[in-house]
Design a protein around this ligand. Structure first.
Ligand code: AMP
Ligand code: GLY
Length: 412
């Protein structure tokens, strides 16, 4: 099978690694691969959001399956065009990707499907939202409707802050969602879905804040681990039954069956698990701890999900724990410098059970250099989370990148 992989970050390197160990996969093409991906795939010089270019490439190269990492091409309708051309794609149509692309749609869907979630109201006018915020008096959360690359949610510290956030968030998408503020630990529950069949993967948790102890600004993710001790088999089953499966069913009922990775951001509240949001894709860096745990022929499993045949596939999981530590450039998540040499990669990779997933890396004059905010995700597998974490940090310790920073408490 020839696979076209769309995207070139840490998530996609993890997808590439899983496809590479699949006997069913003979060749992998990838869009503008980073330095870690490049030796293991055929590079295609097409942007990850260039729907026309991606479809043309898939046709010209006789691709059997397209695996889509990021959400933007999905929301733009990449899967729709590929399906029209008869090319199987792991990633939902634009209509199904609205579960991520529109918070208002997603909340409506959850309400209809009876998925436990925060009570909410939607607004298109600032003064109405403001009146609602004043009248409610309780702490609320304000969200922009559309894709906002992680900048669309404000969890305000005061009523004034909530009101201040309204115009900016309205400007992002024309509609805002104002919802009840929930409390509790968060967990990412991601399922492979072929339309009707939902195969929920083990739980994962990411660390979104930049610095140790969950302090500092929000980032794209500074690390992740899987499994998650406070989500046992019974709780995972409850999340599958009350959150993930009903959402997938509701999309089928709307004539927009979801095929791909359906990601539920879940809060473990005192009243039970509640959905904060859905994403139409794998998480980053959750992917870097989930894909290494998937056993069997991952390419075949992906193909089955893309072609409605997942009911015949048993998704098996390595019981070991995985921990991934993200190494970021100086200044991340703010402005960063790039082009700094990355030393010690081979020593890190040579350690047993360690895999270094590249994110923002490139090759310059034969040397691997930094090329973005998040540089690497250093993942290790272990018999316990402590063992996995020790191995990951040992590997991180052998890297040499000027000014780079990482959290010391991933998986603690
Ligand atoms: P979202 O993109 O909707 O998942 O929101 C991003 C982050 O904002 C979540 O991971 C939570 O930490 C926080 N958040 C979102 N919705 C709520 C809520 N209703 N109550 C408390 N925190 C929330
Ligand atoms: N790790 C959070 C996300 O991928 O959205």
């Amino acid at each position: 099978m020839r696979v076209l992989l769309v995207g070139n970050g840490g998530r996609e390197h993890a997808l590439l690694a899983a496809l590479r160990r699949s006997p069913s996969v003979s060749e992998i093409l990838a869009t503008r691969p980073n330095a870690g991906m490049a030796p293991h795939c055929t590079a295609v010089d097409v942007g990850a959001a260039d729907v026309g270019g991606l479809v043309a490439t898939a046709i010209a190269r006789g691709v059997d399956l397209v695996v889509v990492g990021p959400e933007v091409p999905l929301v733009l309708g990449l899967a729709d065009v590929l399906k029209d051309r008869g090319i199987p794609v792991l990633g939902p149509t634009a209509a199904a990707a609205r579960i991520e692309g529109s918070k208002a749609f997603s909340k409506q869907l959850m309400q209809e499907a009876g998925v436990p979630t925060a009570a909410f109201a939607t607004f298109t006018r600032a003064h109405e939202a403001e009146a609602y915020l004043r009248q409610t008096g309780r702490p609320l959360v304000v969200k922009a409707d559309g894709l906002a690359a992680g900048k669309g949610v404000v969890v305000p510290g005061s009523l004034a802050e909530a009101i201040d956030a309204v115009p900016g968030l309205l400007a992002l998408g024309g509609t805002i969602v104002v919802e009840e503020r929930l409390t509790g630990p968060e967990v990412s529950v991601i399922a492979l879905v072929d339309g009707l069949t939902v195969r929920t993967l083990p739980p994962a948790r990411d660390h979104k804040r930049a610095f140790d102890g969950d302090r500092g600004p929000n980032t794209g993710g500074m690390g992740a681990y899987s499994p998650v001790a406070d989500v046992d088999a019974a709780l995972l089953e409850a999340i599958h039954t009350t959150i993930v499966e009903p959402a997938a069913r509701a999309l089928v009922a709307r004539g927009a069956p979801f095929q791909g990775f359906l990601y539920a951001g879940v809060m473990l509240t005192p009243d039970g698990p509640k959905a904060l949001e859905f994403n139409a894709r794998m998480g980053d860096p959750e992917c870097q701890v989930l894909l290494p745990r998937l056993l069997g022929d991952v390419g075949e499993t992906f193909y089955a999900a893309a072609t409605g045949a997942l009911s015949g596939v048993d998704v098996r999981v390595d019981p070991r724990a995985a921990v991934c530590v993200v190494v970021a450039s100086a200044g991340y998540p703010g402005t960063v410098t790039t082009g700094d040499p990355i030393g010690g990669l081979e020593q890190a990779e040579d350690l047993p059970d360690v895999h270094v997933f590249h994110a923002g890396t490139a090759v310059r004059d034969g040397q691997i250099v930094t090329a973005g905010g998040r540089i690497l995700g250093v993942m290790a597998l272990g018999e316990s989370r402590d063992a996995a974490r020790d191995k990951a940090y040992t590997a991180v310790g052998s890297l040499r990148i000027a000014g780079a920073h990482y959290r010391r408490d991933i998986g603690r």
